[in-house]
Design a protein around this ligand. Structure first.
Ligand code: AMP
Length: 190
């Protein structure tokens, strides 16, 4: 199995680049944001509760997202591997993921961190908000809050994965094609 984490703040391009990498390497996509939005669209209790956090730009509680990821991995038994997009977002989630993958003897191979400045992220998300219909992409205040949440709760994972020798930083500004090639080369070197 090839397990990859596409890491970075909201708006770094994780979703866009994941889609292309999936096709290139024949992997499964595991985006907790997509799973949560699907729950909300289906009107489940989990989805409606999660929406309260998402609208504010806060994180959904660890046990909820960890449970969803566990279900998704269990439901995809013959996978060649996953691209984790938007997960993990806390150290507790990172630790839980390591434990889950131990069961499959298929650890995370590489963590690719897309680096983009705060001003560029805000610009991209406001633009995306014009077509995405996502409530959390509509106001600059919510977007900046999501970035603060990233700094406070998610960015400590950089050190966590550096400690495991798995973190690789990738410049995330500039032409999409060039960033994709850089990601592909980094994965091929694993
Ligand atoms: P995303 O589509 O990855 O930008 O996620 C949208 C929103 O869903 C986030 O701002 C959080 O509110 C929630 N969310 C997605 N993934 C996670 C996660 N791993 N942990 C907690 N909340 C999450």
């Amino acid at each position: 199995m090839l397990n990859i984490i596409l890491f970075g703040p909201p708006g770094a391009g994780k979703g866009t680049q994941s889609e292309r990498l999936l096709n290139h390497f024949g992997l499964n996509h595991l985006s907790t944001g997509d799973l949560l939005r699907a729950e909300r669209a289906a009107g489940t209790e989990l989805g409606l509760k999660a929406d309260e956090y998402i609208k504010k730009g806060a994180l959904v509680p660890d046990e909820v997202v960890i449970g969803m990821v566990r279900n998704k991995i269990a439901a995809t038994p013959d996978s060649k591997g996953f691209i984790f997009d938007g997960f993990p977002r806390t150290i507790a989630q990172g630790e839980a993921l390591d434990l889950m993958l131990e069961e499959f003897q298929a650890p995370i191979n590489i963590v690719l961190g897309l680096e983009v400045s705060e001003e560029e992220l805000v610009k991209r998300l406001l633009l995306r908000g014009q077509s995405s219909g996502r409530a959390d992409d509509q106001s600059e205040a919510t977007i900046r809050n999501r970035y603060q949440v990233y700094l406070n709760e998610t960015s400590p994972l950089v050190e966590f994965y550096q400690g495991q020798g798995k973190y690789k930083s990738i410049p995330g500004e500039g032409a999409m094609e060039g960033i994709f090639d850089h990601l592909v080369r980094s994965i091929q070197e694993v």
